[in-house]
Ligand binder design. Sequence first.
Ligand code: F6R
Length: 608
Amino acid sequence: MCGIVGYVGNKNAQNFLISGLKRLEYRGYDSAGIVTLSADGEPTLLRAKGKIANLEEKLAKNKRDDKIGIGHTRWATHGEPSETNAHPHQAGNIYVVHNGIIENYKELKAALKEHEFKSETDTEVLAALIESFYKDGKYPLSNAVVQALKLVKGTFGIAVVSTKTPDEIVVARSGSPLVIGVGHDETLIASDASALVGHTKQAIYLNDGEVAHVTKNSVEIKTLNAEPVSAKVEEIETNLAAIQKGGYDHFLLKEIMEQPESLKETLRGRVNLAAGTVHLGGPGLSVAELRQIKHLVIVGCGTAYHAGLLAGYYIEQFTPEITVETVIASEYRYRNAYIPKDSVALIVSQSGETADTLACLREIKKQGIKTIGIVNAIGSTIAREVDGGTYVHVGPEISVASTKAFTSQVVAMVMFGLTIAQAKGVKPGTLRPYVEEIAKLPEEIHSVLDTVVEDVKKIAEAHKDYDHAIYLGRDTAYPTAMEGALKLKEISYVDANAYAFGELKHGPLALIDDRFFEMALLPEGDLYDKAVSNVQEVLARGGHIIAVTNVENFDLPVESVVKITTSLEIFTPILMNLVSQLFAYYMTIAKGYNVDQPRNLAKSVTVE
Ligand code: F6R
């Protein structure tokens, strides 16, 4: 969603702000802006609707060598995307950029009679509120920010500057991430560490309820209650290569193609092939605690939810006496669900910042249930608030559509399930095939990506005029079909939905006509024959089927087939999902849409 950057130091602030905002583009936005201050406090405010390129056009005519500034990419919540609604927002001497939502902005606004509001945003209300404490020298900047934030209900990550003191930035967070980069004679601010890569490796991640007063040589952190906080400086692990396209046309294709390597990172040091076991250090549960687990709640949104569904099917296969319930975070947080005491909750999130998933984590913790994070972003809020966790270590995922994270989330959760099964004394013979296939997966992914790409591209191009699609699967191929449909709809805007094959006759079969094509996931296995009968039913009604299968002598009269050659039996659906990922990618290219930044979507959904 929205992105924040800030700079105070000896270098040109406009340069850092623009390059930092470009790094955050992937998060999704619809307007952008920066303000910089000269040494005597003269502000240069530049804002533009649409892409950062529009902002750069304005910048070309307004170059300044200012050494301090803040910037923002806005994803509209209150008020349409427009220059007036773009951040930074001004009130008197104060400029503010803000991520999050001020829920009580209407009440606050009604009381701020002296300020003439120009935008429809909640952020301008915050700027005016800070100014009401700041003007006439009532409070120094950081105290004025604290006074204002004490009255605010909602979520925020903010950066504030004043034209009266052009050598300081005040930042604060509650529910919206902020990182402070500590450089040599410079301090950098960002809502996501990727904007800091290449500038500094030293970062301080602000916690909820903290306010930092930042100059080029100092960072002073306090809580909103004025208690001093000793800053923990951490190393930023991401390197430049990880956030560049690396020769690919799009981040999405890069991220699909790098899955053999990203999955290897997930597995590193965690699989003992000789013993047929897995070892996860992060969850921090004793063997006795693992043995007691009877119930797993898996919480996530979108792709993370699908990963949880698929992992749940696997975990139930090899773990005795366990039930797995995978839930959508935005629903679960408002359900009055009782969680049995012998449960553990897996909190799944690539970004580690998804508002609904975070809210569930906090609710579940209140019930005294142990929470384990399946998270990618190191140091993210979810990663810091869970009781234990397993990082998936896939590196930055820049494209809005999640691909490599899905694969590794599934495998990390299955490994957690195997850890439980090992503790419960499940026979090694039952678990070994899972461990062996997990160890083989990176190579298998590599070979499937290598062999299917041309076929998938052709088939996708041939289907580019379709606007409707149905994805079908049974058992583990069903959540895989759900993920495939999500990928297609979010980037190619095809109305794609997934159904369990067995559900067809209960309604969706009525849809089959020339407007739709059907993507049928048909892995070899016990339920293959049943799925074939369902395919026949679709064919009999004139369906346009693309079959994805690893069955060698597949001979159904479907329109297109993507053949997968694999020695895997258990994790074939993960390979089939690669086909869905590639299909969505090439379909989107063929339709001529923006692959990495689909309309209306943001990478990290930090508001409800
Ligand atoms: C789909 C997609 C989203 C995310 C969802 C959860 O491609 O990217 O559905 O999976 O917003 O995000 P995280 O995993 O960051 O919590």
